[in-house]
Ligand binder design. Structure first.
Ligand code: MG
Length: 228
């Protein structure tokens, strides 16, 4: 057991399968349910554009920040509860076991929303496995509108965040699910992909279709690295 290993996870599509909406789309969808017609149609357009891959990341964040202004902690909690329901006991146990066996620090680097990732981990009872979450944060003020503070928001920012961790860790493993993770996967010693759909398209990174399989591949890699 050593503390010189860091295991990095992307959030959306990596720690849970995207079924219909990712976490930010689901938040805006939930807000739309209790909003007026103008907001609802703006929200629908936003989600459709995002799903169609129409956004440059800066445009996405600006529109997300505008729509998320009316979010509250209870909306965050509702979204997180629904997403946590997509995982089962084996997924939770696989992450807990990997943490136990590896002694590694777990970090989330995401272009999504920190509050949603935190609340998701809370619902699963595994927040204490993770030592840091870096993404965008919704800031709530009493009686005011939520604002967005951006930390990590681009694929290159994820790569830089991995490089910053080099000072602290000798071994870095990164797990992601999509094109925005590629710079982060390239910057790690081992980059792995999770494809919850099981379509198993071959890409440049070893691909797994479940969290338990992903976690055991990391354990095997770290065990070999320790022996070497
Ligand atoms: Mg993702």
């Amino acid at each position: 057991m050593d503390k010189d290993t860091c295991i990095i996870f992307d959030f959306d599509g990596t720690l849970y399968p995207i079924i219909g909406f990712d976490s930010e789309q689901l938040l805006i969808h939930c807000l739309a349910q209790e909003a007026d017609e103008a907001y609802r149609s703006e929200a629908e357009r936003f989600i459709a554009d995002d799903q169609a891959g129409c956004f440059l990341l800066e445009d996405f964040h600006l529109r997300y920040a505008a729509l998320a202004r009316r979010a509250t902690p209870s909306h965050i909690d509702e979204v997180a509860r629904r997403l946590a329901g997509l995982l089962d006991t084996r997924d939770r146990e696989a992450l807990a076991r990997l943490k136990e066996e590896s002694g590694a620090d777990f970090v989330i680097l995401s272009c999504g929303t920190e509050n949603l990732a935190e609340a998701f981990l809370d619902h699963l009872g595994i927040r204490d496995l993770f030592s840091a979450i870096r993404a965008k944060r919704l800031i709530f003020t009493d009686g005011g509108e939520a604002t967005v503070r951006v930390d990590i928001h681009t694929p290159e920012a994820k790569r830089r965040a991995v490089e910053e961790l080099r000072d602290r860790y000798t071994t870095i493993v990164a797990c992601g699910d999509g094109p925005t993770d590629i710079p982060m996967l390239e910057a790690a010693d081992l980059g792995l992909v999770i494809d919850w759909s099981g379509s198993n398209e071959s890409g440049p990174f070893e691909t797994h279709t479940t969290l338990p399989s992903l976690c055991s591949a990391i354990e095997t890699y770290l065990a070999r690295a320790r022996e070497a």
